[in-house]
Design a protein around this ligand. Sequence first.
Ligand SMILES: CC(C)(COP(=O)(O)OP(=O)(O)OC[C@H]1O[C@@H](n2cnc3c(N)ncnc32)[C@H](O)[C@@H]1OP(=O)(O)O)[C@@H](O)C(=O)NCCC(=O)NCCS
Length: 169
Amino acid sequence: MELHIRPETPDDHAAIYDLTKRAFAPMPYAGGDEQDLINQLRDAGALTISLVAELDGRIVGHVAFSPAFAEDGAEGWYALGPVSAEPELKHQGIGSTVIKAGLAMLRERDAAGCVLVGNLAYYSRFGFQPFPELCPKGEPAEYFQILPLRSAEPNMVVAFHPLFHGETE
Ligand SMILES: CC(C)(COP(=O)(O)OP(=O)(O)OC[C@H]1O[C@@H](n2cnc3c(N)ncnc32)[C@H](O)[C@@H]1OP(=O)(O)O)[C@@H](O)C(=O)NCCC(=O)NCCS
């Protein structure tokens, strides 16, 4: 599959919204507002990395990264998500390809690390590890994971952008 990974442009906003909505719709854990969260993060200037995967000119994958907030004020933390792959093209590496490209960009920025809430088996392949004891309030501890990029062992709570909890800044 010849995927072209690139940062979003304004022309992609509608396609990202539509893809995210369709990808999450059947998921039992979906909040139903993942597509709106991307727009809200963008409007708040908090969509730090937004990559699309294009296949024959069509957007079939997307990943978002936003700033995250370490409790000691350390800079350089990010949160991964939402991430979506075209439902009819699942299990063909689209999700992995956009996630790896985004994580490579975080490494280029010398990021401290990345947090997410998601399936343990899926994200372990990218180096994420479960840290239920460091889960921010309001998130499901059993799905909370961290990819430390600078130091070996994270030792503090890193919170998601308030928009993940439906709060404005
Ligand atoms: C999560 C999501 C983005 C993953 O996207 P994807 O493109 O299906 O993911 P990948 O193809 O990279 O990996 C999925 C599986 O396909 C396998 N795979 C990857 N490339 C493959 C290939 N070329 N051939 C066959 N299988 C392949 C992977 O090993 C993985 O297998 P496993 O998880 O069963 O061990 C996608 O399922 C999705 O959009 N889900 C709905 C939204 C969602 O839940 N987002 C994440 C919330 S935490």
